[in-house]
Design a protein around this ligand. Structure first.
Ligand code: 5GP
Ligand code: ZN
Length: 129
């Protein structure tokens, strides 16, 4: 399996982990729309919304819900967008199902982490869980 997200799960590629349970894993997006942009993936590889079994999808969306408030609090966001892309035409780039949790702000903010900032933010979100 050469999928990037499976490699993250296998720790072949590092990630800033936010949360993990039996079925799901969440980590900071490497190219965030805003700081705190988090991806929630299933531990088993499923391609997309068509492919994933209902029960696994339930686990995934419950993790999205669980993380939304801590991510909002840790980033001081004014709102949170949840998105999920299926197929290239819809903007899917990584073909391992994932939800995006994206903090949104009324005023423009930087989306570039300074040295050590991503790890600090990941830790802050974890403490708020
Ligand atoms: P998609 O467009 O498939 O819905 O979203 C894929 C997301 O994965 C993008 O937001 C992209 O920045 C993120 N991404 C791609 N490769 C990596 C990686 O190696 N590590 C992390 N943390 N995020 C990645
Ligand atoms: Zn995968």
């Amino acid at each position: 399996m050469t999928c990037i997200f499976c490699k993250i799960l296998n720790k072949e590629i590092p990630s800033f982990k936010i949360y993990e349970d039996e079925n799901t894993y969440a980590f900071l997006d490497i190219n965030p729309i805003n700081k705190g942009h988090t991806l929630v993936i299933s531990k088993k590889h499923y391609k997309d919304i068509y492919d994933i079994p209902e029960n696994t999808l339930k686990h995934l969306i419950l993790t999205v819900k669980k993380l939304s408030i801590p991510i909002k609090q840790a980033t001081n966001a004014d709102g949170i967008s949840i998105s999920q892309n299926n197929e290239e035409a819809a903007g899917q780039v990584i073909f391992h199902i994932h939800f995006h949790i994206i903090p949104k702000f009324k005023n423009k903010t930087s989306n570039k982490y300074k040295e050590g900032e991503a790890q600090k933010l990941a830790n802050k979100i974890k403490t708020l869980l």
